[in-house]
Write a protein that binds this ligand. Structure first.
Ligand SMILES: C[C@](O)(CO)[C@H](O)COP(=O)(O)OP(=O)(O)OC[C@H]1O[C@@H](n2ccc(N)nc2=O)[C@H](O)[C@@H]1O
Ligand SMILES: Nc1ncnc2c1ncn2[C@@H]1O[C@H](COP(=O)(O)OP(=O)(O)OP(=O)(O)O)[C@@H](O)[C@H]1O
Length: 291
């Protein structure tokens, strides 16, 4: 994996992997407007990469800005500041980001960056906080952050924070990236969204089963996503991850995924990655802790 966007000054380099929602059922809406979900999360062995270097002056400085996202709104900076506040830590950090995941893609780039920041800085600042505390902090940043903090494929309920680890097969995925940014808020506010899918037991959820309740609304609002689903459906059953925009199909091996990728038009970029039950971040941190 290239680390070109991350300078040698970084003392700690960690991955921030993507996730897929293999299914997403919407059971209802809470009084605060958030939706009760059931979803199956699996990680991909593809993602962003973050570099961290220690600062003694308490400053949090992200050196690689994202277009359209102010420094202080970036989930990386927000996660770092939250960790400082919650632990009383007076250390700071320089951070560099190698952004590879499309934004607004439904593959959790911002959430994963936030989780990698929480776990990376716990390591760099040598903090004594538990995974439960980090998952709670993560939840206050976004519904998808806790699963990245835990690092295990999971059946999620609640708003996405009640996680039950699951072991799934680890197929190869072709993920196509429609060139449009889908607003999660917009999809969850659509009056036509199905919000009354009956709950199912994880036991009865066969692998590959379930559906995505966001699909009809996303297809209606975003022709780019509709086109991508139609194109991919010619080769493999195509699914939507989260609220989109990305769509994906699964394959038993990388070659089969690659053959289909070659037949997609240049206007529909894609990448191939393997599904993972343990996130790359946790594999890497596990190695660091054992050293
Ligand atoms: C769609 C999923 O990606 C599935 O994994 C997540 O549920 C969304 O997670 P996320 O991007 O971390 O979402 P957040 O940043 O917490 O919420 C963005 C917006 O989505 C809506 N939202 C999100 C999660 C949820 N369970 N119900 C909601 O209604 C809310 O309007 C919220 O203001
Ligand atoms: N580090 C970050 N990376 C990406 N987006 C960020 C980041 N920090 C803040 N954001 C904001 O969060 C929004 C959603 O980004 P993200 O890439 O996580 O979307 P997503 O893949 O649809 O997420 P999810 O699957 O969790 O709904 C972006 O449009 C951007 O404004």
């Amino acid at each position: 994996m290239s680390t070109s966007a991350i300078p040698a000054a970084a003392e700690l380099i960690l991955p921030a992997p993507a996730k897929l929602n293999l299914m997403l059922h919407i059971l209802g809406r809470r009084a605060d407007g958030y939706h009760e979900l059931q979803t199956l999360f699996q990680f991909l062995d593809f993602g962003d990469e973050l570099g961290f270097a220690l600062r003694q002056d308490g400053q949090i400085q992200l050196h690689t800005p994202i277009d359209g996202v102010p420094h202080d709104s970036n989930l990386i900076v927000r996660a770092a500041r939250l960790l400082q506040q919650q632990t009383g830590c007076t250390l700071g950090t320089d951070i560099w980001l190698d952004k590879r995941l499309p934004m607004g893609g439904g593959i959790g780039g911002g959430s994963s960056d936030a989780a990698t920041t929480l776990l990376g800085l716990k390591h760099l600042w040598q903090l004594d906080c538990s995974e439960d505390q980090l998952a709670d902090m993560g939840l206050s940043l976004g519904a998808d952050v806790p699963v990245f903090v835990r690092g295990h494929a999971a059946f999620a309920e609640g708003v996405g924070e009640k996680l039950q680890p699951v072991t799934l097969s680890e197929p190869w995925f072709l993920v196509a990236i429609p060139q449009v940014l889908v607003s999660t808020v917009e999809i969850f506010s659509d009056p036509e969204l199905t919000r009354d899918t009956p709950p199912i037991k994880v036991r009865s959820l066969l692998e590959g089963g379930g559906h995505n309740d966001c699909l009809p609304v996303v297809q209606k609002r975003y022709p780019e996503v509709r086109n991508a689903l139609n194109l991919l459906n010619k080769f493999v059953p195509a699914k939507l991850t989260g609220t989109g925009a990305c769509v994906f199909g699964s394959f038993p091996n990388e070659d089969d995924a690659d053959k289909v990728a070659r037949q997609l038009p240049g206007t529909l970029p894609s990448f191939i990655a393997q599904g993972r039950n343990i996130s790359m971040l946790h594999r890497r941190l596990g190695i660091l802790v054992k050293k």
